[in-house]
Ligand binder design. Structure first.
Ligand code: HEC
Length: 100
């Protein structure tokens, strides 16, 4: 799953909640705000769901390319929903190690 698809997926969840307002005023700043909100929610979900078995892994330990596979594996252990996974990934991939 690439970043764009995850972002689209997260944006879709948020849009379904706020569809009417967004439909008339959608623009880049709203998209940016939505992204920032997703990252913030994702960070909270990460802290709440991913610390039960081990310390929280620093997001910069892995690249954007690595996080989706890792979180897919951990989804089986932590019983998070696909929506929660997408939000957690929006946080981890935003903070991830930069690829050259
Ligand atoms: C039920 C226990 C459990 C939960 C909950 C859990 N993990 Fe893990 N995690 C493990 C274990 C055990 C390992 C040790 C390495 C392995 O077995 O792959 C691990 C390893 C990891 C690694 C390192 C993998 C590697 O190859 O170095 C990452 C990254 C990780 N977890 C992320 C997460 C994230 C993100 C979440 C929340 C979505 C999460 N974990 C929730 C048990 C858990």
């Amino acid at each position: 799953m690439n970043t764009k698809r995850i972002f689209t997926f997260v944006a879709g969840i948020l849009l379904s909640c706020a569809g009417t307002i967004l439909a008339s005023t959608q623009n880049d700043s709203i998209i940016n705000k939505m992204h920032a909100d997703s990252v913030k929610t994702g960070k909270t979900l990460y802290a709440n769901n991913c610390v039960r078995c081990h310390k929280l892994k620093d997001p910069v330990k892995y690249t954007r390319a690595q996080w989706p596979g890792l979180v897919n594996e951990m989804q089986k252990r932590s019983k998070i929903t696909d929506e929660q996974k997408a939000l957690i990934l929006s946080y981890l991939m935003t903070e991830a190690k930069k690829e050259k």
